[in-house]
Write a protein that binds this ligand. Structure first.
Ligand SMILES: [Ca+2]
Ligand SMILES: [Ca+2]
Length: 191
């Protein structure tokens, strides 16, 4: 009689949606979960989309509004603070973008904390279909310390996670106006 026990557990905890535990997550099934947009002029809020997500339907999107800078998806406060326990786990999310013309390289994921910035550069730009991304939160997963451009050390990664003040995910990969990028299924601190 194991099945009824599982069902009871799910009912009580409402935890049957995400299949894995994590420090914080955003599935965007009802709203934008207070994510913001930076680097996009006056356009500081993403657009909540009730359909078109990856798996569950909800997701958030933003449209490039300024040519001078890249826009980023900015995580809400529930992701931030002392997240030391996430060292050695992963940050994962899904992105899709509207255009693959004139691709631009840049800082794709930025973690700020303790006076440092850790940067991750994608090996491949997200596609027009949902493209999963997954990075270890450790010194072996390609994070660069931004001021030096050198691979981040374990101590630097731990310093950032001890007082995480910002998580930003780049949403703009092409030198053309009005490109649209969408984000779904963010898990921070997932195994
Ligand atoms: Ca979703
Ligand atoms: Ca822009």
């Amino acid at each position: 009689m194991r099945l009824p026990l599982v069902l009871t557990f799910c009912f009580v905890t409402l935890a049957c949606g995400p299949s894995v535990p994590s420090y914080a997550s955003s599935l965007f099934e009802g709203d934008d979960e207070t994510w913001l947009i930076s680097g996009n002029g006056d356009s500081t809020r993403p657009t909540f989309m009730a359909t078109g997500g990856n798996g569950g339907n909800g997701n958030i999107c933003a449209t490039d509004a300024t040519r001078e800078e890249f826009f980023y998806f900015v995580a809400p406060p529930k992701y931030l603070g002392n997240v030391s326990s996430t060292y050695g786990s992963r940050v994962t999310f899904d992105l899709k973008t509207s255009s693959q013309f004139m691709l631009l390289k840049g800082r794709d994921v930025v973690l700020n904390g303790g006076g440092l910035a850790l940067v991750q550069n994608f090996k491949d730009v997200p596609g027009r279909d949902w493209s999963p991304r997954s990075f270890g939160l450790d010194d072996k997963s390609g994070w660069l310390e931004d001021s030096s451009g050198e691979p981040a050390t374990e101590e630097q990664v731990r310093t950032v996670l001890r007082n995480l003040t910002a998580i930003r995910i780049r949403g703009e990969f092409v030198d053309s106006p009005r490109n649209v990028t969408c984000l779904d299924n963010v898990y921070f601190g997932t195994p």
